[in-house]
Design a binder for this molecule. Structure first.
Ligand code: C2E
Ligand code: CA
Ligand code: CA
Ligand code: CA
Length: 274
């Protein structure tokens, strides 16, 4: 055992070193990137379901890396959420959009909406209410609608904090959208508890339109369910005319997808859509 003891110690030290190597470096990198303002908003248009006119947008985060170029969210959002950095990153996103678009308020279509993706852990942070207020206040010249999108994949547990946060948001007129609808397992009680205003039908369902009979049946069911819940519906991931034609009889309020426009940098968005 005299021989084994230092060996075990060495092994443990090695494992800790390995773990730090795997996790510490990327979080440090994220923090540094945040300080250098490398996280930037991309905006994707959302159009109305009848005339296909722009009615709002969704803000999607990108990492503008000096060497690697534009990094998509799936490569850094999970780590940002795990580390808690997602909260200041989201705040910075709201600030950037507010600073860029607030002065353009008068040029926005009436009732234009801005959607931000908010992760479940962020709904425990009461500063979210202040951030939303600052955002709304920046558009006093021509009031906008602020939408917070929360994914059905990670449902929020009801606590006093989340409840008072949701109440605060509602009082300000902030709308809550349930993202990726159909992929999770939210119940009617859940939807009522959190006063969900908007359902965003997951793009995987829209992508199945026209593929085969069973797929069509599944799509119809998800849309029927959303309709029965009597909420405003957004169909996401609309890519083709065939999908638009399929959705038309359902009279879905809003459509979003590459068919209408891809997410673009804020300057390009202004030039293209306003
Ligand atoms: P999401 O919230 O469901 O966003 C929609 C995603 O679908 C976006 O991918 C968008 O670019 C993409 N998309 C839109 N239309 C189409 C289409 O017609 N076809 C296809 N194939 N894709 C389409 P993106 O920007 O890569 O974002 C992926 C996910 O990363 C988002 O999914 C969201 O969950 C997360 N995310 C993005 N930005 C943020 C953020 O600021 N905060 C948080 N917490 N999550 C974010
Ligand atoms: Ca979303
Ligand atoms: Ca979605
Ligand atoms: Ca223009």
């Amino acid at each position: 055992s005299l021989v084994l003891f230092p060996l075990v110690g060495l092994f443990v030290a090695f494992m800790i070193y390995q773990l730090l190597g795997r996790f510490a470096t990327p979080v440090t990198a994220l923090r540094a990137a945040m300080e250098k303002k490398q996280f930037i908003p991309y905006l994707q248009p959302v159009v109305d379901g009848t005339h296909h006119q722009i009615t709002g947008c969704e803000v999607l985060m990108r990492w503008q890396h000096p060497q690697s170029g534009l990094i998509p969210p799936y490569q850094f959002i999970p780590l940002a959420e795990e580390s808690g950095l997602i909260v200041p990153m989201t705040r910075a996103m709201m600030e950037q959009v507010r600073e860029q678009f607030g002065p353009l308020a008068a040029e926005l279509p009436k009732g234009f909406h801005f959607g931000f993706n908010i992760c479940a852990s962020h709904f425990k942070d009461l500063t979210l209410v202040d951030d939303c207020k600052a955002f709304i206040d920046a558009f006093k010249a021509n009031p906008i609608k602020l939408v917070l999108e929360l994914t059905e994949r990670e449902l929020i547990e009801q606590t006093e904090t989340t409840q008072s946060l949701f109440n605060g948001l509602r009082r300000m007129g902030v709308l809550i959208a349930l993202d990726d609808f159909g992929t999770g397992h939210s119940s009617l009680t859940y939807l009522q508890k959190f006063h969900i205003d908007i359902l965003k039908i997951d793009q995987s369902f829209i992508g199945r339109i026209g593929t085969d009979a069973l797929a069509g049946h599944i799509v119809d069911n998800v849309i029927d369910l959303a309709k029965r819940l009597q909420m405003v519906i957004v169909a996401e991931g609309v890519e083709t005319q065939a999908q638009v034609d399929y959705l038309t009889p359902y009279q879905i309020e809003f459509l979003q997808g590459y068919f209408f426009g891809k997410p673009v940098a804020a300057n390009d968005f202004v030039e293209k859509w306003l």
